[in-house]
Design a protein around this ligand. Sequence first.
Ligand code: AMP
Length: 311
Amino acid sequence: MSLTVVGSIAFDAVRTPFGARERMLGGSAVHFSLAASFFDAVRVVGPVGDDFGEAEYEVLRGRGVDTEDIEHVAGGRTFFWSGVYGWDLNERDTLDTQLNVFAEFEPKLSAASRACDVLFLANIQPDLQRQVRAQCESARFVALDSMNLWIEVARDSLLAAISEVDCLILNDAELRQLTEEPNLVRAARRIREWGPRVVVAKQGEYGAALVTEEGFFALPAFPLETVVDPTGAGDSFAGGFVGYVAAHPGEPLGHELLCRAMAYGTALASFNVEEFGTERVARLTAVEIAARVAELGRITRFVDKPLALRD
Ligand code: AMP
């Protein structure tokens, strides 16, 4: 089976209390692809400019990601994003967003990308997400991520895109902003009325919550002593979560499968934040992922013992 993703392919400039990078490989589709590559064959769709070189392609190809549908725009510049984090790593300020080659991009997917079994519309302008969605008619599971910028400048397009997918994955603050609903459970219900039957709320260092018609599930973030750069954590989470779904084509796509997918998303996100950009996930191993998922299972389990409670 195969997994197609469209989203930003970027150069990022990031400053955190633990260091800075002036220009590193990033982008929602890149972080997603690397994480999802542990689960299935991944095809990444998006444009890059002349500044995107062999070293950047090699990070993706090194994980077996198919880059055929990366369009090189001659004379263009790659998407650029710059952000800064303070001591609260759940908060970040965007300093600069340059769409560059994305401003004129018209996605034309290859037959192989169109025939995907699972599709992820990573964070990018929602009209582009819709154009890609329309080309992947046979996908059995389509998930979408977005951000506050698109809620603010392209709300109607974003609502149209959301109505065309099975699953919405969004930061909890953005879920509230989008639905104008302060309570997460009610916000998720509102989203489900718009179309998606699955809603995932990303809660930064507090973890992630899942809402389906069958119920609610939540996991904390994996407890780490060292967090260096949260950039891409959400996309890595999505890569683990959606990748796990893609790796189970024969299993009913219900609550139980999605709860397990949450554990893999949580594990992938936790590796991503240990170093800057794609540095950690690019040299991650399957054994390390399995060990972290097992540890997550141990630390989130508890056994109740009956107790005579006082009335
Ligand atoms: P995350 O930390 O998972 O929310 O995503 C971080 C990535 O999103 C960075 O690598 C950026 O290049 C990318 N990004 C930031 N702003 C945007 C935007 N407006 N559209 C698409 N991608 C973006």
